[in-house]
Design a protein around this ligand. Sequence first.
Ligand code: ADP
Length: 496
Amino acid sequence: MADPAETEDLWRLMLQHSPIGMAVVQLDGRLLMVNRALCEMLGYAEDELVQHGFQDLTHPDDLDADLALFHRALAGEIDSYRIRKRYLDAQGRVVWGDLSVAVLRDADGDALHFISQVLDVTEQRANEERLEAVTAEVDRERQTLAAIFDTVNVGLLLIGPDGRYERMNRRHADTLRRPFPDGHEGEAGQLGHVYFPDGKTKMTREQMPSYRAAQGEEFDDYNYWVGADPATWSAFSTSARQVRGPSGERLGAVLAYQEITDLMRAIQVKDEFVASVSHELRTPLTSVLGHLEMLGERDDLTDGATAWLRVVHRNAARLQALLSDLLLIGQVADGTLELHPAPVDLRTVVDEAVEAVRVVADQSDVTIRTEAPATLPVVADGQRLRQVLDNLLSNAIKYGRAGGSATVGLRQVGADVELAVADTGMGIAEQDREHVFGRFFRGGEAIRQHLPGTGLGLSIVASIVEAHGGTVTVESELGRGSTFRVALPGAIVEQH
Ligand code: ADP
């Protein structure tokens, strides 16, 4: 058994060096003994702290709760209690403490002292408050996003890195039955009633937007029809973006589905209208031109009548050219554009095209240059390539500058042919550049300057070049000029 004096020393040592605030409290609440941790916690020297009672060290708002327990302990109802409460330190600052109190009683059970231990939890409390604030903010954000997710009139789908459907909004769930009337398995690439804009070609698994997105692709404005019956089907335009984690790992993809049925139907109606009008106009116009030619052969016309006749003929010929453009556009739209490839000398095609615009070029004071080999035999649809050149050259003159030039360049690169038409004219504004090959598109400057045109020329160029398996691109600088480049891969075929 240890010496009692030694034991007391040990206890005192432990009390003084404990990291937990400790006090022996008298029955009136005054602090009889305090340790160093409690002094540090409350910012008092030991001799100052023992002048206080716990009542005036406690935050007024927490005092009642503490006193109630204190009195119950005093009355013998309980032997100990715990409470989290606020103290006020020497500077009047709030200190949070976890207080445990035990009652020391005499042999009769009357209370002698209270032993209090206080753990400073101010920092923990501040962290908890910060965490609560952040959690509340995250919750609010999540609720806002969930509301937006379900309110937008765009279908939204989130797919995981394995291609499984993870989440979709109400809008997408509502429209999913149209392509998949028998239900969807929740996995990217399931085949359904999904057709390309031509309304005929069904999408394969690899072409399905969800499959492409699941493979890591990103795209915009991927348009298609969905539904089993063309009379009631709907059209969608879909975009996809990849979702990545902080270190760039793929977490999945998000798809946005916008319904564009009205727009696609309007385009369809426009195409049908253009096709039928141009078809209907062709026969009477051919008759008009035929009769004009017969009239032109008569020798009993006055000079005035002959001059008028020439004007009528020129305009009827322009109408015919416009009609054949419209017919070609119609063939491209319904996929019936046919090429008739045959051996042809591209240099000759270029020379004939240049010759045909010579008069107009002279009138506009645009010099035409040709940079081409003496001959360049290819296998291609010569008539269609002539149309490409006609359109590019007439644009180079129409959008050219008086005193400027238009240069046709032709060269062979291996088995490929590169054709370029460059002008020194007005150039194309950046925002117009990506649209110039679109059907009926006319540039802002062309409209402002009232330059005549239908917006079909470059669309025809692009369709013919694409039908040859080639590409056409444009480089342009506003006010300096434009260069259109046509690449025809594999046009050169060795002739033995
Ligand atoms: P159109 O000439 O009948 O308007 P196109 O399809 O040939 O139709 O051209 C579309 C638009 O592209 C034109 O309206 C014009 O704004 C622009 N464009 C085409 N070629 C040129 C060019 N060489 N220089 C400047 N702008 C051009």
